[in-house]
Design a protein around this ligand. Structure first.
Ligand code: MLT
Length: 389
């Protein structure tokens, strides 16, 4: 039986391909160091696990959860948003629990995009923005981000006729894969643009708590009047080491949130209530726990940047995320560099063009192994004669 034609337009999923490469390399007996997916290597905070043990023993968590999330979970998210951003969100209709933020991100396109509509998607970007658009029958318009524009899409370069046909502009700051950060001034420009063309701002906030050197990531929801034009997607995955738990939330004005909720009501039955209880506990984590996690990533960032310097790379330290976005040696494509790293050093680094054509000429490192292993990566590169020149 022939699968749907829309699948013909979806490239193989980047991280599934990387998993395959890891398995093949392991089967060859390679001692792999995997700097591929951004999956934290330290465990979920113990108090969250403890809360989960209690929650799972309580039969009240075993039946269907409310579609939009439990009142307690939505209230905890709203309180967190108030405390963190000063944003006022009504837990009744402005917060929805997600089965991980990826789930909400993929579904939001079905809520707003009709066949033939455009979405405005950065290039490079998390693949789900592009693929979610295509699965909903839409057309992604790629907004290049690069060192020249500080990795912020240039709104004045979007053709007027495309803007008029666009339903969503997708942004992500702190940014995956580049580690770049946004700022409120830019967010205000985006809001004006979105109001002018009646476009929904979707903002992926997965990395908003993973910041260094005193940088604090802003939210669109801090801006007066932004709520009705915006949905932000938050994730427990990266800041509480909870990638496998699949929990997060969406926040925004009641009208856009209703549309997302309608799609979700018809597709999933909500996040397991015990996980929502663990998610509430996570949001109450002492700031010192988040700070020490960030300290760890910052040390890794600095070790890697120092090591790469010895090999000819001059990388500016990123202010957020556990990713380094690095140019390939001159004349070498992203894929050739990733292959070279795999064959000569047994280190997995994803090629930049996995995040879009404009990622060509770059590769990404996830700082998800300890400092000793990162030093070993540098040593293996030295031994293999891999340098930036
Ligand atoms: C990444 O490596 O880009 C992310 O971990 C992928 C994800 O969050 O799904």
């Amino acid at each position: 039986m022939r699968p749907s034609k829309r699948l013909d337009r979806i490239p193989p999923y980047l991280f599934a391909e990387i998993d395959k490469k890891v398995d093949e390399a392991k089967a060859k007996g390679y001692d792999i160091i995997n700097l591929g997916i951004g999956d934290p290597d330290t465990p979920t905070f113990p108090h969250i696990v403890e809360e989960m043990h209690k929650a799972i023993d309580d039969p009240l968590t075993h039946n269907y959860p409310p579609y939009q999330g439990t009142v307690a979970f939505r209230t905890a998210c709203a309180d967190w948003m108030k405390e963190r951003f000063g944003a006022n969100l009504d837990p009744n209709d402005e917060i929805i629990a997600l089965i991980g933020s990826k789930e909400g991100i993929a579904h939001v396109f079905f809520a707003f995009v009709d066949p033939g509509d455009y979405t405005l998607v950065p290039d490079p970007a998390y693949p789900v923005y592009r693929n979610g658009t295509i699965l909903a029958g839409g057309i992604p318009y790629y907004m290049p981000i690069n060192p020249q524009n500080n990795y912020l899409p240039e709104l004045d370069k979007i053709p007027e006729d495309i803007a008029k046909q666009s339903k969503i502009i997708f942004l992500n700051y702190p940014n995956n894969p580049t580690g770049a950060v946004g700022n409120l001034e830019y967010f205000k420009e985006v809001l004006d643009f979105a109001k002018k063309y009646d476009i929904l701002i979707c903002h992926d906030q997965a990395y908003c708590e993973m910041t260094f050197d005193g940088y604090v990531a802003p939210s669109f929801l801090e801006i007066e009047g932004a709520k009705d034009h915006c949905i932000e997607f938050f994730s427990h995955s990266k800041s509480y080491n909870m990638t496998g738990w699949r929990i997060g939330w969406a926040a925004g004005g009641a009208k856009p949130m209703k549309a997302l909720g309608t799609i979700k009501n018809n597709i999933d039955s909500g996040a397991f209530k015990a996980i929502q209880r663990a998610g509430i506990n996570a949001l109450g984590s002492p700031q010192s726990e988040i700070d020490s996690l960030n300290e760890m990533y910052k040390r890794r960032r600095d070790v890697m940047i120092e090591g790469l310097k010895e090999l000819g790379w001059n990388i500016d330290p990123c202010l957020a995320t556990f990713y380094l976005w690095i140019p390939t040696p001159k004349g070498m494509s992203s894929v050739d560099f990733a292959e070279l790293m795999l064959e000569k050093t047994h280190v997995i680094v994803p090629p930049g063009n996995g995040w879009g054509e404009a990622g060509e000429g770059f590769f990404r490192i996830a700082l998800t192994v300890d400092e000793e292993k990162l030093k070993e990566v540098i040593q293996r590169m030295k031994n293999a004669g891999i340098r930036y020149e």
